[in-house]
Design a protein around this ligand. Structure first.
Ligand SMILES: Cc1cc2nc3c(=O)[nH]c(=O)nc-3n(C[C@H](O)[C@H](O)[C@H](O)COP(=O)(O)O)c2cc1C
Length: 269
């Protein structure tokens, strides 16, 4: 299946059929997770991802009714710093798109679960924490009402206007290059925490693409980690699907930032 179709088809699934992963799908997942390269992010950090069978007991980990009848969960473990969170976003989204390609559903969860109840102590070493989990299974035929309400509240089916996210040379000009527009359309479809879509990208004629974050003030401050940095890693995952020969450099361009919530992060070349 074409990556564009996979990106278009993925959406957060909050109600599952309850059916366990088939033997075939389980093997696909385990073999994906056993390949080291799939767990290393573009900044070089390895993200631990554990497949946890919870025997239909997702209530146990307190998803507060957000998630229904998930047969299993994926648990991501990493260190709590900027580059690890960028790598986590990228590595976990790559996995989610791989699962989507095989018609296996997921939902990024950064807040609505109880970390202690996961009982992951044995998997973790000093400095590790659990930023994200995801249910994994097959979508129920009908979403539950709560799921529909969450989608509506997060405006999950819409995205910020293209020309407010992606720019040419500075934050004034729209991108006209058709090829670039076509690729960035698929960055725009990336999932993000509360659908805030903090990624802002400036493309330059010298072949450099600069990634900025527009932070939502105070958003996520009670979570104990920079959840919008995870969103940036997700955007990078989508970008790399179309530009896998590019490398990360740190080279802040001389452009005027639109407001004090904008910060430069990195450049792709
Ligand atoms: C880092 C991250 C954390 C998220 N945390 C939650 C969460 O705690 N609970 C939840 O119901 N959805 C969560 N979501 C899902 C988003 O609400 C969802 O991706 C967004 O509304 C867009 O919808 P879509 O994924 O269907 O395209 C999270 C998404 C991301 C990327």
């Amino acid at each position: 299946m074409d990556i564009k179709d996979i990106i278009r088809q993925r959406k957060s699934i909050r109600k599952y059929s309850g059916e366990a992963l088939s033997i075939n799908d389980r093997e696909l997942l385990i073999s994906y997770l056993s390949e080291e390269k799939n767990l290393i992010g573009p900044f070089g950090n390895t993200i631990k991802i554990v497949f946890k069978d919870l025997n239909l007991m997702d209530e146990k980990i307190g998803t507060y009714g957000f998630i229904k009848k998930a047969p299993s969960f994926l648990v991501a473990i990493c260190k709590n710093n900027r580059e690890n969170l960028l790598d986590l976003g990228c590595v976990f989204e790559n996995l989610i798109l791989f699962l989507q390609q095989n018609n296996i559903n997921t939902c990024w969860l950064g807040g609505t679960f109880k970390r202690k109840k996961l009982q992951m102590e044995e998997e973790m070493v000093e400095g590790d924490f659990i930023p994200i989990i995801s249910p994994i299974g097959y979508a129920a035929e009908q979403p539950h009402l709560f799921g529909k309400i969450i989608r509506k509240m997060a405006k999950a089916d819409s995205r910020i206007e293209f020309n407010q996210l992606f720019f040419q040379d500075d934050f004034q000009n729209p991108i006209v290059d058709k090829e670039k527009v076509e690729i960035l359309k698929y960055v725009r479809l990336a999932p993000s925490a509360s659908n805030k879509q903090p990624w802002r990208i400036v493309c330059c004629n010298n072949g450099k693409t600069h990634f900025f974050i527009e932070r939502t003030p105070k958003y996520g401050s009670s979570m104990g980690y920079d959840i919008q940095m995870v969103d940036m890693g997700i955007a990078l995952s989508h970008y790399l699907k179309f530009n896998d020969n590019e490398e990360i450099i740190i080279q802040e361009p001389q452009v005027e930032l639109p407001n004090e919530n904008y910060y430069y992060l990195f450049t792709m070349k």
